[in-house]
Design a protein around this ligand. Structure first.
Ligand SMILES: Cc1ncc(COP(=O)(O)O)c(C=O)c1O
Length: 385
């Protein structure tokens, strides 16, 4: 049945802000190119519109975690004819290889065995498969161990139907600009690229930096590096610990609506656990969003939401669908009014980074946690898309 109802909770993604963020990152990285990391459906925000906006801003490289994400981008009409490349950054399983090679997705080589399967699939398909060597210089998650890398890369280079275009690695600690482990990783990876060169292997793409290293390790933007991968910075967020080398805008606004407004007497306790007791008669609004929508429990009795440009403290525990807020300072608040949980209203702003600090986590966790009933809407604060 068709409905004219609007979703109670929506996240609006400002594509103009996204493009401005991309442009700032691209300028900082230049001459290195920017690969936009779109994994987990663009960190849960909706890959299609994201990729379209980034392509309009000049992005031609997109990174994902697994085949379904890759196919979504390969099949995106908005990218067709632009010469965009889609790359799986993490791992590839044997049964996934043929379809990914057929689709022209750039694949990670995490060992000789997977490279042999990619080569064989490409041969059967009469294609050349583009691959990037994924080297584990200290992430401890996936890839070829750096001590084995030269041997494995030489063996893979000898396989038919492969274009070994790139080599890359990833850092676990690059949010700390003084981190010695990352410095060693950078030195190790550079040495490896040099050794590979001495063995006659050159790569058109060499990359290491994700958002953290872009901000904290400028050497990862310069030769031999010529690509940087960024995800969280595109959204306008940063790791809580590191440097921020540019001012980026948060691209998202999480909104809901007031469900009910009541004047409650002193002594009323609010919600599960009865964690808040009103000291005086208080105007309380119950807003229509809770932890199922991505509001962390950590907001309880510590954070605020914005109604009509005013900060309204969260009082009582966040429940699955509803949250109670003190609206004593908001004139004429009524059921149905807009509530900005994340974003700006009047002169006030609340960012995913603010919530991350309250929850003791990082912005990735906040952005990836919006629930399935939260409507994703693209918008443009300045009218440009
Ligand atoms: C291999 C790889 N590169 C790049 C990124 C992007 O990281 P960020 O969002 O911190 O820029 C990730 C994300 O986890 C990743 O796994």
């Amino acid at each position: 049945m068709k409905t004219s109802l609007t979703h109670r909770v929506r996240v609006e993604i400002d594509l103009a802000a996204l493009k401005r963020n991309y442009t700032k990152i691209a300028r900082k990285a230049h001459p290195a190119q920017v690969l936009a990391v779109m994994k987990a459906n663009a960190y849960g925000l909706g890959v299609g519109e994201y990729a379209k906006a980034l392509a309009a801003a000049g992005c031609r490289m997109f990174g994902v975690a697994e085949p379904f994400e890759a196919l979504e981008l390969v099949n995106a009409k908005s990218l067709s004819g632009l010469g965009c490349e889609v790359q799986i950054l993490s791992s590839i399983l044997p049964d996934e290889i043929p379809e990914m090679v057929a689709a022209g997705v750039i694949l990670p080589v995490t060992g000789l065995e997977s490279a042999k399967l990619i080569s064989a699939a490409a041969r059967r398909l009469k294609k050349t498969a583009k691959v990037h060597f994924k080297i584990d210089t200290g992430m401890g998650r996936l890839g070829i161990l750096s001590e084995d890398a030269i041997t494995v890369m030489k063996a893979v280079e000898a396989l038919p139907n492969l274009d070994c275009e790139g080599v890359f690695t990833h850092c676990p600690m690059a949010y700390d600009p003084k981190d010695v482990y990352t410095k060693r990783q950078i030195a190790r990876f550079k040495r490896l690229v040099k050794e590979a060169e001495e063995e006659g292997m050159t790569f058109r793409k060499v990359h290491m930096a994700a958002s953290d290293a872009i901000n904290n390790f400028p050497e990862t933007l310069k030769a031999p590096f010529n690509v940087v991968r960024t995800g969280i910075n595109l959204h306008g967020s940063f790791d809580p610990n590191g440097r921020r080398v540019f001012a980026l805008e948060s691209v998202l606004t999480l909104k809901t609506r007031v469900a009910q407004v009541r004047m409650l007497p002193a002594g009323t306790t609010l919600g599960y656990g009865r964690t808040w007791c009103l000291k005086e008669p208080t105007l309380v609004a119950t807003i229509s969003a809770g932890y199922a929508d991505g509001l962390p429990l950590a907001l309880a009795n510590r954070a605020s939401v914005l109604i009509k440009g005013k900060r309204c403290p969260v009082i009582g525990r966040v429940s699955m669908d509803y949250t109670t807020v003190d609206v004593s300072d908001v004139p004429d608040v009524a059921a149905g009014d807009e509530v900005v949980c994340l974003g700006s209203s009047g002169s006030e702003t609340i960012t995913p980074d603010d919530w991350a600090a309250l929850k003791g986590t990082h912005a990735y966790d906040i952005i990836c946690s919006f629930g399935s009933r939260v409507q994703r809407v693209v918008a443009s604060r300045d009218g440009e898309t």
